[in-house]
Design a binder for this molecule. Structure first.
Ligand code: HEM
Length: 571
């Protein structure tokens, strides 16, 4: 049996086991429900956090060998959800298990065809947003989507429920997998690991620790290079704008190039020349990487949504995923191998100088160039797409709000050359970034496979359940943010002191996720965006005169329209 199938079976068996046994023996259930690489959590060493807030009257006892079900807590089977899916699950239960992760996407796929709510919903680019919103209106704040293939997904959005979920996290939180990327890494490439985003357990923890600190320090050491890359971006703007100072429809690609150049400079300590003023030749590494990343992103989205046919036959999406990821692999492998060889040469001589992330990784015991490749693929798929989305919407919201743009421009003008300290000390810039992430989060929902039994909204949710937190929904609710659909960076500022108000963000706003599993490169992303925006706004006023741009709100969200901004030079 394939490794993937094996994982899914493990997961399902765990759920069935938990339900049958009412999770009565914690030591038996201490297996993380996914990941061939994820080590089992040891309950003896795992810190317990009471999943229920102290102010809540319902009290669930700490995990012990005996779990006492609190009186009046409704069972998992009582969690409401769409009846037609319930019916479907009964039919499909006779079919062998395929996997929990696909359930939600399968359901979304069926619903996107309008089968459940018909014409009541408009299935535009933000259909899932309407769909999830509709679920919450119809079924309440906790919705159970019964999977046609056995795995269930619980959907939540309220901050108090997200708090219970995230506060119950143990040392190694588990995120739902991207089966297609996992299959590519483990089955197709035969790598030892599927990459940080998909790993879990002790191996994930070790790898994360290896990456996190160097990523931060290397990024800050590269501030001058990142500054230069932003200058090149400005040169490109001047080159490609038309007589009306407007960007071509392909402007998103320029943002991609800027992001990739920044990433390669931090990870490889190499300038690949994505923003070369003379353009990119068709056979160049940068163009190959750019096209392959876009192709891989599209292919992963297609593979993950809907019925996972690619698990059985080689569908066009699967072939495209393999082709594009292989291309990324071929290009990056060349640089990783070079770094590997140069480190081996240095090791025998003087002190090893670590100037790039891949060098830090390669110096780790049992870390080979192939393992580094999976890390790089992750950083590209997750990090580059999220940064491109955020930068695009920074430009958009500032263009739509000349008052905010002017205020940000004034703050930028107070600084001459940006230093490390300046980057962290620009309150209005930070407020604008937060506001863009609130309105247009690059990753609009978070997923976890619960590490503990928990009670959410008086429903018992067993350990091993796949939970989706629709964070974008909570970050645009008026009860959490006044005039929530308006772009108002000031909401993040203290009225007198001009400091970022940290209180606002708790669980209603999680653009970088949460806890140990949260984004690994928040500081890097914000530093890059701050440098870019400072440069661009010093030089240009940004304008936009076309239809509103929305986020596609997909797995890797993107703007749904061409970014035809005008960059008007300041006199
Ligand atoms: C504004 C830009 C970015 C946003 C909004 C963002 C957001 C996120 C979110 C929401 C998650 C999931 C967190 C969770 O499940 O709790 C995540 C994870 C991750 N991000 Fe980012 N990200 C950004 C930039 C980057 C960049 C630039 C990189 C890499 C260079 C990166 C690398 C990663 C990785 C590797 C993970 C997985 C971490 C793990 O599982 O341990 N991200 N990001």
């Amino acid at each position: 049996m394939s490794l993937l199938k094996c994982n899914h079976l493990k997961k399902l068996h765990l759920q069935v086991f938990l339900r049958r046994n009412n999770a009565s023996d914690v030591t038996k259930t201490a297996v993380i429900p996914r990941g061939s690489l994820g080590q089992a959590i040891n309950p003896q060493t795992t810190p317990f956090v009471n999943p229920v807030s102290p102010t809540t009257t319902r009290v669930i006892p700490p995990l012990s060998t005996e779990i006492h079900k609190p009186i009046n807590v409704s069972s998992f089977d009582d969690v409401p959800g769409p009846v037609s899916l319930n019916f479907l699950s009964k039919i499909w239960n006779v079919i062998p298990v395929i996997g929990t992760e696909i359930t939600s996407r399968m359901i979304q796929y069926m619903l996107s065809a309008g089968k459940l709510f018909g014409s009541q919903l408009s299935w535009g680019s933000t259909w899932w947003q309407h769909l999830f919103g509709k679920f919450f209106t119809v079924y309440g704040p906790v919705v159970r989507l019964r999977g046609p293939f056995g795995g269930d997904v619980v959907l939540i959005s309220r901050p108090e429920h997200a708090k219970i979920l995230f506060n119950s996290e143990v040392a190694y939180p588990v995120r739902a997998s991207l089966d297609s990327v996992e299959k590519y890494c483990m089955n197709h490439r035969k790598y030892k690991q599927p990459g940080l985003f998909l790993m879990s357990g002790l191996e994930w923890d070790k790898l994360r620790k290896t990456i996190e600190a160097p990523l931060k320090s290397i990024a800050f050491n590269q501030i001058t290079t990142l500054d230069k890359i932003s200058d090149e971006f400005i040169t490109r703007i001047i080159q490609i704008r038309n007589a009306q100072e407007e960007m071509p429809s392909s402007f998103k690609d320029e943002i991609y190039k800027w992001t990739l150049e920044c990433l390669c400079s931090v990870t490889l300590n190499k300038r690949l020349g994505f923003l070369d003023p003379s353009g990119l030749s068709t056979s160049s590494d940068p163009l190959r990487l750019l096209e392959s990343l876009k192709g891989a992103t599209e292919a992963v989205q297609k593979c993950e949504i809907g019925f996972h046919m690619w698990k059985f036959v080689e569908t066009p999406s699967w072939k495209s995923l393999v082709r594009n990821c292989d291309n990324i692999d071929t290009v990056m492998h060349k640089y990783v191998q070079q770094a590997h060889d140069s480190l081996r040469a240095q090791k025998d001589g003087a002190k090893v100088e670590k100037t790039s992330l891949i060098e830090c990784l390669l110096l780790r015991e049992n870390m080979y160039p192939e393992d580094v490749m999976t890390v790089l693929l992750d950083l590209m798929l997750v990090g580059v797409n999220a940064t491109v989305h955020t930068v695009a919407f920074m430009f958009y919201h500032l263009a739509k709000s000349p008052r905010c743009q002017q205020k940000l421009y004034e703050e930028i003008c107070e600084k001459k050359t940006l230093t490390k300290d300046d980057v962290k000390n620009m309150p209005y810039m930070q407020a604008c970034i937060k506001e863009v992430l609130r309105l247009k989060p690059a990753i609009p929902f978070l997923t976890r496979i619960t590490n503990n039994d928990m009670v959410v909204h008086n429903y018992s949710i067993p350990k091993g359940t796949h939970v989706m937190v629709a964070t974008r929904i909570s970050s645009v609710r008026d009860e959490h943010f006044e005039d929530s659909h308006k772009f108002m960076p000031e909401r993040w500022l203290h009225p007198e002191l001009g400091l970022i108000n940290k209180d606002l963000k708790d669980f209603a706003f999680m653009p970088y996720g949460f806890g140990a599993r949260g984004c690994i490169a928040k500081e890097l992303a914000e530093m890059q965006i701050t440098i870019l925006l400072s440069k661009v706004l010093k030089k240009f006023r940004i304008e936009y005169f076309y239809a509103d741009i929305l986020s596609t709100q997909r797995l890797f969200s993107m703007p749904d329209k061409p970014l035809k901004f005008r960059f008007v030079e300041r006199i």
